[in-house]
Ligand binder design. Structure first.
Ligand SMILES: Cc1cc2nc3c(=O)[nH]c(=O)nc-3n(C[C@H](O)[C@H](O)[C@H](O)COP(=O)(O)OP(=O)(O)OC[C@H]3O[C@@H](n4cnc5c(N)ncnc54)[C@H](O)[C@@H]3O)c2cc1C
Length: 291
């Protein structure tokens, strides 16, 4: 199906883009890589009268390390995150998620910030952001605010941004070099959205007990979710297969996932336990690997 008519705008500066968002408000949509927006328009699920293409904003096209964070600008494409030596070293959880996102062609066009602003609960990056304690820099013509990932994702395809706001930057705290990480998912075919997935990080103290644990699920609810009860169980204990089995049972018990044509709720609960074991084993094997 052809997409509905719209007026295309290609601002030359961020200031110009913000002015357009103020002017057109609800009638406009930001166009980043178009890998989610254009299919939605083709299905007539979104009918913006104006598309504001941010692809030419060079000031938003960088990945930088500053003030203890790795900052990914709004125009940075998935493929650039995937190939970034800085992300691999200082944000390995994000790097681990990248190969799971669609296919190469999609990662060549799609942007990391586009995926985060789109807030699909089955997408990898929102769950990575939640596990890593990331934050988002959101700007409008009249000012800027920073929103922690824990407050950003509000519901299905809904995040804490107004129609006149632009997500300009995704900030990931520089990785603690002692910590281990893992991103695991199960999908029907490689490149499909996950039936269920998990992004996990664990860190240990000098005597080898888990000091921090973050388990973040995607495809499990209307937003990515952390499993606090399992994180609490892990904290203060030395990593072991038996401990990870216990955490897996907690995750399974806490999950209340949707069921659909692709997998029942019971199957997704089962996957919750399987992915917890896989993630924690891989993360434990990587403790100190970023040092
Ligand atoms: C076949 C296929 C398979 C896919 N598989 C996966 C997958 O497995 N995992 C996954 O995570 N994704 C998947 N995707 C989606 C892909 O990753 C998209 O690139 C991503 O979701 C959106 O990024 P984009 O840059 O293309 O955003 P766009 O499609 O341009 O925009 C998406 C939405 O976000 C808004 N937006 C974009 N950037 C900003 C910004 N900076 N500020 C404010 N609003 C903004 C837009 O207005 C729009 O509402 C798949 C897509 C396809 C077509």
């Amino acid at each position: 199906m052809k997409i509905p008519r719209f007026t295309y705008h290609r601002p030359a500066t961020e200031e110009e883009a913000l002015a357009m968002l103020t002017e057109f408000g609800e009638d406009a949509k930001v166009l980043a890589g178009g890998q989610s927006l254009i299919p939605l328009m083709a299905l007539r699920l979104s009918r913006p009268a104006h598309l504001i293409d941010i692809g030419g904003l060079r000031e938003l096209a960088a990945i930088r390390e500053r003030s203890g964070t790795v900052s990914v600008g709004a125009a940075v494409r998935h493929v650039e995150v995937e190939r970034s030596a800085l992300v691999a070293r200082a944000a390995p959880l994000a790097a681990a998620a990248m190969p799971h996102i669609g296919h190469g062609a999609i990662r060549n066009r799609g942007t990391a910030c586009g995926s985060l602003a789109h807030a699909d609960p089955a997408a990898e990056l929102p769950a990575v952001a939640l596990a890593a304690g990331a934050s988002f820099v959101v700007r409008r013509a009249s000012g800027e605010r920073t929103v922690p990932a824990s407050e950003f994702f509000l519901g299905y395809l809904t995040c804490d941004m107004g129609p006149d706001e632009l997500l300009v930057e995704w900030r990931l705290p520089t990785w603690p070099v002692t910590a281990g990480w893992s991103v695991q998912e199960v999908s029907r075919r490689h490149g499909d959205f996950a039936l269920l997935g998990m992004a996990a990080m664990i860190d240990t103290d000098p005597v080898g007990r888990i000091s921090t644990a973050a388990l973040s699920l995607f495809g499990a609810a209307s937003t990515p979710i952390r499993v606090d009860a399992a994180e609490k169980l892990l904290t203060g204990e030395p990593p072991s297969a038996a401990l990870f089995d216990e955490a897996a049972e907690i995750v399974k018990g806490q999950l209340d996932p949707p069921g659909d044509l692709h997998g029942t709720a019971a199957y997704r609960k089962h996957l919750g336990a399987v992915l917890t074991r896989r993630c924690l084993s891989e993360a434990a094997g990587r403790l100190g690997a970023a040092a």
